[in-house]
Design a protein around this ligand. Structure first.
Ligand code: PXP
Length: 243
């Protein structure tokens, strides 16, 4: 059964709309944990549009479950990760104009320093996860770079309908099994909501689901505690397929 990691970026989006002090994503992280979240995820974007450096430092101190820092592969972020030492770093591609992370990492065009930087992070006690599309060549490249985890990009599945959604689900399942065979640990996320999460939670070998937008959006109506509990209930209710 995968663990639920709540991405709290959009609590900070609301705060930054007024450049004020509330709502505080650090406080929200505590509420998510009290509601049963198994981990907290935050993305420190280069343009600091939502999460700020101060949030990351405080989250490292207060998160009691597992703190996953999403970030771009840049010298600034690598340096910060070594300093903050989150439990896990998820490397994602980042474009200034995008509303959210659009695609996975293109592991075929990484600089020579990539595998060494992954090793240095992991030697510093930080698990590295690579956010990639469910493509066998990318999974092989992730295994070649010796990352502990991949995070499978579920966005194409979330956006697809009907037959195409079934195909995307098959791609994700095949990818999770292949990654496991190659010795990688597997997470998944992006675009998951209360309706589409159960099929993903049933995929074998997926350890963590990173879910943000749908939970924070629902929290506006029902409160954060209930929004997290409702998602956790769905994840727990999904009976695993044969591994
Ligand atoms: N996983 C990764 C790597 C992401 O970049 C994001 C978005 O920040 C998520 C998961 C969560 O996506 P969503 O907000 O659509 O649930």
């Amino acid at each position: 059964m995968p663990r639920l990691h709540v991405n709290i970026d959009h609590v900070a989006t609301v705060r930054q709309a007024r450049k004020a002090q509330q709502p505080d994503p650090v406080f929200a992280a505590g509420l998510c944990e009290l509601a049963g979240a198994n981990g907290i995820t935050a993305h420190l974007r280069e343009d600091r549009r939502h999460i700020q450096d101060r949030d990351i430092r405080l989250l490292r101190e207060v998160v009691k479950t597992l703190f996953n820092l999403e970030m771009a592969y840049t010298p600034e972020m690598i340096k910060l990760a070594h300093e903050i030492r989150p439990d896990q770093v998820c490397l994602v591609p980042e474009k200034r104009e995008e509303l959210t992370t659009e695609g996975g990492l293109d592991l075929h065009s990484m600089p020579d320093s990539f595998a060494g930087d992954i090793k240095a992070l992991q030697d510093n006690g930080i698990d590295v996860s690579l956010f990639i599309d469910p493509d066998p060549n990318l999974i092989e490249a992730a295994a070649g770079a010796d990352a502990a985890f991949i995070e499978l990009h579920t966005g194409a599945y979330a956006n697809a309908k009907g037959k195409q959604r079934e195909n995307e689900l098959k791609r994700l399942t095949t990818a999770a099994i292949y990654a496991h065979e190659l010795g990688l640990r597997v997470n998944a996320g992006h675009g998951l909501d209360y309706d589409n999460v159960m099929a993903i939670a049933q995929i074998p070998f997926i350890e963590e689901l990173n879910i943000g937008y749908s939970i924070i959006g629902r929290a506006v109506y029902v409160g954060l505690d209930q929004a997290v509990r409702e998602m956790q209930d769905r994840v727990l209710a999904a009976s695993p397929l044969e591994e």
